[in-house]
Design a binder for this molecule. Structure first.
Ligand code: SF4
Ligand code: SF4
Length: 348
């Protein structure tokens, strides 16, 4: 269904929690990328995400975008927005015509956003970039990883997105680096904030749920689509089950077509089974597993060395969600009790 293609690890930002870990190998050439796109199209991939690093730093970005469009993909672009001026926005529309652009925002104020990206002026450039994209009629999704540095700006970031005509998606889970370095986890939002985030009505639109609802996995259903509905490709051509689970299933440069790898790769077969096991067993056996909506096998593997083990971030968010749901149930019962009392009095 989908492929996420990291076109480069090069980036013009230096975010303190960036998960990318370039190994110094040669990144794919334009011809290699276009050939890989052809293989993805032959494999009937529908959604293609062009990502990085920062994909727009590639000099051949529009050559790649043109080839992707000609192959008929529904295209998304993940970017930090820094390079999008009016001319760039017009070119993106004319040449790539993406379904949407996804841009990471880290604060409502420069002192927060720019501090994290280590690039002065980056928030101002991002805001201008979004305005240019919206002027071209391109849908923009802003994505905000919530950290202890920006947690007090969540509502302001939500307002900013509204003013820009962009959608906004918050994520309270911070991931370790792809090499297992756990330093970024120190930036995780505080417990006080997480409790408020999952419980307080003020954050209902930010979390896109008025009340945290439990998981409802059907029998045999997997926890997520890793290795099942999509795949990820890094700038060296390595293929993974998804962006977070960096278990190599092959290299697209070495394959003539993807069908065989998709059907026979031991890595993909294994992660598909594990994803079912996590939904059907691990979460059911965990204390607040029914409220664990953010479990990621890739993060579990990086954080605790086992893709099927509950890890602290997921457990913590699940507990706060469960508590918020229980509070809501108490309120519902009290309201129902009050209504019953009124009706009882009227009846009497
Ligand atoms: S913009 Fe993205 S790729 Fe670039 S440094 Fe920040 S997190 Fe990493
Ligand atoms: S939840 Fe994690 S393991 Fe599953 S598809 Fe998403 S990134 Fe991959």
């Amino acid at each position: 269904m989908s492929a996420l293609f990291e076109l480069t690890f090069v980036c013009n930002h230096a975010c303190s929690f960036c998960y990318n870990c370039p190994s110094g190998q040669r990144e794919m050439t334009t011809a290699e990328i276009c050939d890989a796109l052809r293989k993805l199209a032959e494999f009937n991939v529908l959604y293609l995400t062009l990502s990085g690093g920062e994909p727009l730093v590639r000099k051949d970005f529009f050559e790649i975008g043109r080839a992707a469009r000609a192959l008929g993909f529904a295209i998304r672009i993940y970017t930090n927005g820094y390079l999008i001026d009016q001319a760039m926005a017009k070119k993106i529309k004319q040449i790539v015509n993406p379904l949407e652009m996804e841009i990471s925002v880290h604060g409502a104020h420069p002192q927060t956003h720019d501090k994290l990206t280590c690039v002065p002026g980056s928030l101002a450039r991002l805001i201008e970039g979004v305005r240019h994209l919206r002027a071209e009629g391109i849908k923009v999704n802003l994505k905000c990883p919530v950290t202890r540095n920006n947690q007090d700006e969540v509502l302001a970031i939500e307002r900013l997105a509204g003013e820009l005509g962009a959608h906004i998606q918050f994520d309270v889970v911070i991931t370790p680096r792809d090499n297992g370095d756990k330093d970024p986890l120190a930036l995780m939002a505080t417990d006080e904030f997480l409790e408020k985030y999952w419980n307080d009505d003020a954050y209902a639109t930010a979390r896109k749920e008025r009340v945290p609802q439990p998981r409802r996995d059907a029998p045999g259903e997997a926890v997520c689509g890793t290795g099942r509905s999509g795949l990820a490709i890094d700038p060296y051509g390595n293929i993974y089950p998804c962006v977070q689970l960096r278990r190599k299933a092959g290299n697209i440069k070495e394959l003539n077509h993807l069908q065989e790898m998709w059907a026979t790769s031991p890595v993909l077969i294994e992660v598909r089974k594990t994803a079912v096991d996590v939904a059907q067993r691990v979460l059911k056996e965990s204390a607040a597993g029914d409220q664990c909506t953010s479990f990621c096998m890739g993060v579990a593997e990086l954080q605790v060395g086992d893709a099927t083990a509950m890890y602290p971030q997921a457990a913590k968010n699940a507990e706060f969600r469960k508590k918020a749901h229980a509070n809501w149930e108490v309120e519902q019962n009290e309201t129902a009790g009050d209504a019953g009392e009124v009706l009882g009095k009227r009846g009497a």
